[in-house]
Structures are given as structure tokens and as C-alpha cells.
Design a binder for this molecule. Structure first.
Ligand SMILES: NC(=O)c1ccc[n+]([C@@H]2O[C@H](COP(=O)([O-])OP(=O)(O)OC[C@H]3O[C@@H](n4cnc5c(N)ncnc54)[C@H](O)[C@@H]3O)[C@@H](O)[C@H]2O)c1
Length: 328
């Protein structure tokens, strides 16, 4: 029987699509050793975010034919090594756009209205906190969107039409305006960081974007500005952000992602009052979790039943190698 390995448990709705058709194995933890020890006989892997399919994992999986991601990002897969072996890498572009967008909006509104601080104060009997005038209105404020792809564009649209914010965007790979919303591109990241009241990051983790949010950029922000990151922790110089937050050089931050996940308990970010945190959960709404598990499972079912999976991330490279996946 064809064996499918789940790198972590998936929603039962997705599992139902596999049951009876395949033998299903579930990794008991997300460590590399566990993954390597379990891939020997598997034909397919459904991969969530935490585990990594490295070259070593692929070398230990001689029967592996398809890796199906439960999300859009493939930065936890050595795609080159997979392609060299002719393994399909399937992903789900757009599957969690709305959830991540709404999480970003929640962070923007939470920070603007200082909800964490207010909530703690009320619980301690500090009613007078209402007279500190800590919260701000969002209408007319400038939102700087770094990475105007699927999620960034949706955030821009909702913040513009829903909240009346002015939008600046930075994305060197998009030259033409493509969304139905008033916004301006800045030529440089520096300009966006200088002008924005809220900066929100929506670009992928690539060699180019690693550490792109430098100390200089963070320190160039308005002292009243907030930085939100629901993309990847590696984009930001995390120590510089901690320093800026401690020195109140910026007003605060909202972070769903970290350089090290989960962050160590002694990570200073966990102690700062002017930052709100979530556990890389922006995508994990009830609706998206079901969608991610069912769509990732469907890619596996389609492949083994002779249909082309909807999204094959490395299809061009595979076709260049002479491997075709069209089953007319
Ligand atoms: N927190 C979560 O749970 C979660 C869930 C889904 C996605 N994400 C993250 O969000 C990111 C964005 O997702 P998406 O679906 O919008 O991706 P996307 O590919 O549609 O958009 C990414 C955009 O970033 C732009 N970009 C690339 N390099 C850039 C650079 N150097 N500077 C500025 N822009 C650059 C690209 O041109 C593209 O327009 C993902 O890559 C992923 O890291 C996080």
C-alpha cells in the first residue's frame, strides 16, 4: 500500500480523504532525526510548517514521489534537491491569504488601540489609564506594505477601504499597479520606513530578504510608528528591533514570527510591554486549517489517481528535466 507520512497531525477532514486509500504514518515530533528515520518507505509527505525536508531527508527517502505543503511557502523544503530526484513539490498559494490578512489587521488595530495595555490596567484597578490618551485613530494614517503580493495587496485593500488608511508599498518585483485600491510605490525601503505610521511585512524568506529590515531602517521609523511582521522572522534584525523597542525609538511591534521558533523563554521580546506576540498562528483559523489539510491531501490523492495536482511549485524545472505531469 502507498505510504503517506504526515510531518504533524492534520485536520481530520484532510485525513478522511486519505483513509482507506493509503497507509498513513504520523511523525511523533518535528525533529530531523525523527523525519529521517520515518521516510525510508514513504511515497508521499504532507508537510506542515515546522519540519524541514532537507537534502538529507530526501536522500533517505528513495521512494518519495511527492511532497505536499499545507501552505504557500516552500522555504522548509530543499526544492533543488527534490527537483533533482524528480519529486513533485506541491503547495497551496493563497490558501491562507485571508486569515493572515485578518491577523495583520487585528495586530494593527490592537496596537493602535493599546488593547493589551488597557486590558491589564483595568484588571489591576487602574481605571485612570483612560486619561493617558494612548490610542490613535487609523483613518488617514500611512500604512507601509513591504511585499505587495497576495497577502500584502489584500492588507492594503482592506486597510484602505475598511479603515481609510493611506497606502505606501515597496516591492521591487512589481512595476505596475495591479490592485483596485489607491496606493503609491516608494522607490526605496528607506522612504517607506521614514514615512509610515505602521509598517507591515509580507515578503518571502529568500537570501535577498534575510535581515533586510536592518537596524538603520528600524531606527529611521517615526517614534510613534509600529512594525508588524506576519511574514518570516528572518526578515528582521531581531536584536535591533528589541533595542528600538526598549529605547522607545518606535512605539511598538506586532510579531507572529520569530528568528527562532518557538522563541526561547529568555528572548527579550517576551518581556517587553510594547510588543504583542502570537505563535506563528496567523494562518491557523478554523476555516484555513480545514482548507489546508483537505487541499494538501487532495494533491496526494490526485497524483496517485493519475490526475495532475492543482499547484506544482517546481513544475517548470521538472518539465525541463523531461518529466511531465499532464494526464489528459
Ligand atoms: N504567519 C503565517 O502564518 C504566514 C502564512 C502564510 C504566509 N506567510 C508569509 O507571508 C509571505 C507573503 O505571502 P504571499 O502569499 O503574499 O506571497 P506572495 O508571493 O504572493 O508575495 C510576496 C511578495 O513579496 C515580494 N518581494 C520579494 N522580494 C522582495 C523584497 N526584497 N522586497 C520587497 N518585496 C519583495 C514579491 O515580489 C511578492 O510580490 C510568505 O512568503 C510567507 O513568508 C506567513
Amino acid at each position: 500500500m502507498i505510504k503517506v507520512l504526515l510531518s504533524q497531525e492534520i485536520h481530520p477532514e484532510g485525513k478522511k480523504l486519505l483513509e482507506g486509500k493509503f497507509e498513513i504514518l504520523t511523525a511523533p515530533d518535528t525533529s530531523q532525526q525523527t523525519l529521517i528515520s520515518m521516510v525510508k518507505d514513504v511515497d508521499a509527505i504532507i508537510l506542515r510548517t515546522t519540519s524541514k525536508i532537507t537534502k538529507e531527508v530526501i536522500e533517505n527517502a528513495p521512494k518519495l514521489k511527492i511532497i505536499s505543503r499545507t501552505g504557500a511557502g516552500v522555504d522548509n523544503i530543499d526544492v533543488k534537491a527534490a527537483t533533482e530526484r524528480g519529486i513533485l513539490v506541491c503547495n497551496l498559494p493563497g490558501v491562507n491569504n485571508l486569515s493572515v490578512c485578518e491577523h495583520t489587521l487585528a495586530m494593527i488595530m490592537h496596537l493602535a488601540k493599546q488593547l493589551s495595555f488597557m486590558d491589564k490596567a483595568v484588571r489591576k484597578g487602574n481605571w485612570n489609564v483612560r486619561n493617558l490618551n494612548l490610542s490613535v485613530e487609523l483613518e488617514g494614517k500611512v500604512l507601509g506594505v513591504v511585499g505587495m503580493g497576495n497577502i500584502g495587496a489584500l492588507v492594503a485593500k482592506k486597510c484602505h477601504y475598511g479603515l481609510g488608511m493611506r497606502i505606501l508599498a515597496y516591492d521591487p518585483y512589481i512595476k505596475e499597479k495591479f490592485i483596485d485600491c489607491e496606493y503609491e510605490f516608494t522607490d526605496t525601503l528607506e522612504e517607506l520606513f521614514r514615512k509610515a505610521d505602521f509598517v507591515t511585512l509580507h515578503c518571502p524568506d529568500t537570501p535577498e530578504t534575510k535581515g533586510m529590515i536592518t537596524r538603520d531602517l528600524i531606527y529611521s521609523m517615526k517614534p510613534t510608528a509600529y512594525l508588524i511582521n506576519t511574514a518570516r522572522g528572518s526578515l528582521i534584525d531581531e536584536q535591533a528591533l528589541i533595542d528600538a523597542l526598549k529605547e522607545k525609538r518606535i512605539a511598538g511591534a506586532g510579531l507572529d514570527v520569530f528568528i527562532e521558533e518557538p522563541p526561547k523563554l529568555n528572548n527579550e521580546l517576551l518581556k517587553l510591554e510594547n510588543v504583542i506576540l502570537s505563535p506563528h498562528s496567523a494562518a491557523l483559523t478554523k476555516e484555513t486549517t480545514i482548507r489546508m489539510s483537505t487541499e494538501a491531501a487532495k494533491a496526494i490523492v490526485d497524483y496517485f489517481e493519475g490526475r495532475q495536482p492543482k499547484y506544482i511549485y517546481n513544475i517548470k524545472e521538472l518539465e525541463q528535466k523531461g518529466i511531465r505531469f499532464f494526464y489528459e
